[in-house]
Write a protein that binds this ligand. Sequence first.
Ligand SMILES: [Zn+2]
Length: 124
Amino acid sequence: MDDLSRFCCQNSECPDYGKRGGENLSVCGRYGPDKQRRMLRCRTCKARFSERKGTPLFGSTLPGEKVRCVLEHIAEGCGVRKTSRLVEVHPDTVTRYSRLAGDHARTLHDELVAFSPEHPRGAV
Ligand SMILES: [Zn+2]
């Protein structure tokens, strides 16, 4: 079974909009390279959306790799200016993504960062 507990309906008109738990959601298809990305469907409002919708990666203008880098630096405690210099993006972009990430940051971090914070890499 797919675990959809961290997803919620993305249709702002839907009574279940923003409610996590996944009981109203089901997987209705897959897309992307190797069909890794799921399309979700809300039983309540019949809306379909990508599992990426509602995360900072969806519709982002930066490549996912850059966003991952930005969030990784932020998560490591780098300031906006330092992050912008290291990742080579505009400081405003860093601010925007770190704000966008908000409560998604932890989920994203768990999802995208291959190493565990408990086993840090050596000094970079
Ligand atoms: Zn819905």
